[in-house]
Design a protein around this ligand. Structure first.
Ligand code: HEC
Ligand code: HEC
Length: 241
């Protein structure tokens, strides 16, 4: 069995099998929950082994790549269950193209992106277009069941910003409902922890090459306010059933 898993992994991630990629991840982040989910989903996918499987096969169309590869982490529609993996459903098409292009070129280089998304170096521009078509056409990200935590502070920051700290209202760029527009990503309904993690990336690194505006906006945003606004953003959008 173990040999078969290696075959599957080598086929899916032929730039380095998943075990060595996960080792690499472990040196970068202390989280192992994603590893367990990932291994479990790869084991579940094991019965479908197909020789043509793989992200380095230019003849596979976007939808096949989603089913065979992306869905293991992001879910079949992009509504990922684990907060380790960003939701992609209803994300802006142009934004999806830019991020996939940046991962492919190893330009988006935060720790999680490097560990999980750098293997996709051989996606063709056509495949990237098809992947972006697919995920942008899915029903948008759903907010989780209502929480009892107050959303007032986050709502204030989202709609009015914090002028004294140079924090522009998020809604000014991301839309009144956080729906995004072209290169401006949809935020509504995204996982709270992913949003907060990206704010940290923008604040403390240059790991996201298109992040200059976000760097300026969030430069003086405190950790508490970042969490507050992330929680408010996650509460936007249609509800889960
Ligand atoms: C092994 C798990 C895994 C697989 C498989 C995977 N991803 Fe990801 N993906 C991630 C993680 C983790 C992130 C978040 C990276 C970060 O924090 O920078 C991510 C980020 C992304 C982003 C950026 C989202 C955003 O909001 O900026 C896009 C787009 C994306 N993935 C698309 C895909 C596509 C398309 C595929 C299939 C070709 C795929 N991913 C396969 C784990 C995965
Ligand atoms: C001046 C315009 C502008 C404002 C104001 C702005 N953003 Fe952004 N934001 C952007 C752009 C542009 C990107 C895409 C950067 C990229 O492509 O890497 C982005 C990306 C993001 C991302 C990453 C999304 C993802 O899926 O990875 C998050 C999270 C985010 N913004 C949160 C916020 C929050 C919270 C606020 C308010 C405090 C805010 N933004 C205000 C322009 C803005």
């Amino acid at each position: 069995m173990r040999g078969r898993h290696f075959e599957l992994d080598a086929a899916v991630y032929s730039t380095g099998n998943i075990f060595s990629r996960l080792d690499m991840k472990n040196t970068i982040t202390t989280s192992s929950r994603g590893l367990l989910i990932l291994v479990a989903s790869l084991l579940a996918a094991c019965s479908d082994i197909d020789q043509n499987r793989g992200v380095n096969n230019p003849s596979l169309n976007g939808q096949t790549l989603v089913a065979q590869v992306c869905s293991n982490c992001h879910g079949l529609t992009g509504e990922s269950v684990s907060p380790e993996f960003p939701k992609l459903n209803g994300q802006q098409r142009a934004y999806l193209v830019s991020q996939l292009t940046d991962f492919k070129g190893h330009l988006r280089s935060d720790a999680q992106g490097t560990a999980y998304m750098w293997g996709f170096t051989n996606l063709t521009p056509e495949q990237i277009d098809q992947l972006a078509d697919y995920f942008s056409a899915q029903l948008p990200m759903r907010r989780p069941a209502a929480s009892t935590l107050s959303l007032n502070r986050g709502e204030l920051i989202f709609k009015s910003g914090l002028p004294d700290l140079g924090v522009a209202p998020c809604s000014a760029c991301h839309g009144a409902l956080g729906e995004g527009n072209a290169a401006l990503p949809r935020l509504a309904g995204q996982h709270t922890s992913y949003i907060a993690a990206q704010i940290l990336v923008f604040q403390h690194s240059d790991a996201r090459p298109r992040g200059e505006a976000m760097k300026q906006v969030t430069h003086l945003l405190s950790q508490d306010d970042s969490t507050a606004v992330a929680r408010y953003i996650a509460s936007l959008g249609a509800s889960q059933q």
